[in-house]
Design a protein around this ligand. Structure first.
Ligand SMILES: Cc1ncc(C[n+]2csc(CCOP(=O)(O)OP(=O)(O)O)c2C)c(N)n1
Ligand SMILES: [Mg+2]
Length: 305
């Protein structure tokens, strides 16, 4: 499947899955959709019939709260039935809110932020030691970089020249309650990684051509970081850059109707929407009391009592 089609499907599944389950993190799912789509369509070596194939590329989805994005990509690549996506976040489901290795195609359970890059570095170390060709990809959130353990892994990967390791930071400049710069400063991020000895690429994280190009670069003795500049909530105008949608899910009524209607306006021709094939008939619209553009960041709303 073409990456642009997969990206649209990830967004559409993400809306449906969080809508059905009342699950969080739709902003984070929409933000990372293009990165995941390019990886699964154009980059990763995998075998859906043999998910543990020894020579597969490994992917560690360290920002595990956005697991719906990976689940959707795996289902669309026939690791399991697309129908199972509807069980997301339900009791007894394999599709737990945060990424679970009980699913075929998942190498590491994640969700407790800050651990993925350490595991990915260990895997890359072993791959090099065993003279294997596979690569390790690790997707992190930018807020996740607040975790000290990430920086230990960054030093380790440089020390062992892990050029089979590609980390991708979903640089949406927001975390769960506020902007990153208002929580713990990260900039200048590019320079930080350069000084830690990594190859650094600073690109548009929604541009598939740019993503594909840097993900395919040849190994040169250093680990690689791709700073993928993204927009949290990308694709749904009222979710874009609005921190509300880190935790809020698209409720029945105008939220769901408008999300689906907006996605249908950008739907690639060949793609079929299995949930609402013709979009929403008579969609509901927000009213004034819905305060669609209210700034919900902690810094804007916190009041001393
Ligand atoms: C160790 C740990 N602390 C806190 C959380 C709660 N939490 C879930 S998502 C999130 C924000 C993550 O922000 P970022 O890494 O920028 O990801 P984004 O959603 O913006 O892609 C936090 C703090 C967690 N999952 N793990
Ligand atoms: Mg972020």
């Amino acid at each position: 499947m073409k990456s642009k089609e997969l990206a649209w499907k990830i967004r559409r599944h993400g809306i449906e899955m969080t809508h059905l389950s009342g699950g969080s993190h739709i902003g984070a799912i929409l933000s990372v959709a293009d990165i995941v789509a390019v990886l699964y369509s154009d980059i990763l070596k995998f075998d859906n019939k043999n998910p543990k194939w020894r020579d597969r590329d490994r992917i560690i989805f360290s920002k595990g709260h956005a697991g719906a994005a990976i689940y959707a990509a795996l289902a669309e690549n026939n690791f399991f039935e697309v129908e199972e996506l509807k069980t997301h976040y339900q009791d007894g489901s394999r599709l737990s809110g945060h990424v679970s290795h009980y699913l075929p195609g998942i190498d590491l359970s994640t969700g407790s932020l800050g651990h993925g890059l350490s595991v990915a570095s260990g895997m890359a170390y072993v791959g090099k030691k065993d003279k294997k060709d596979y690569k390790i990809f690790c997707i992190l959130g930018d807020g996740e970089l607040n975790e000290g353990s990430v920086w230990e892994a960054i030093m380790f990967a440089n020390h062992y020249s892990l050029d089979n390791l590609v980390a991708i930071v979903d640089r949406n400049k927001m975390q769960s309650l506020d902007f990153c710069e208002k929580t713990i400063k990260l900039d200048p991020l590019k320079e930080k990684f350069k000084n830690f000895g990594w190859n650094v690429y600073d690109i548009d994280g929604h541009n598939h051509e740019e993503l594909e190009k840097v993900m395919k670069l040849q190994r040169n003795g250093k680990p690689t970081i791709i700073i993928a500049n993204t927009i949290k909530g990308k694709g749904i105008s009222f979710m874009e850059n609005n921190i509300l949608w880190h935790y809020r899910f698209p409720h029945k009524g105008w939220e769901y109707d408008q999300a689906v209607t907006e996605l249908h306006k950008i739907k690639p021709e060949n793609v079929i929407d299995i949930y609402t094939p013709n979009g929403i008939e008579n969609p509901k619209y927000p009213t004034e009391k819905d305060e669609v553009n209210k700034d919900c960041t902690l810094s804007a709303t916190w009041k001393k009592i």
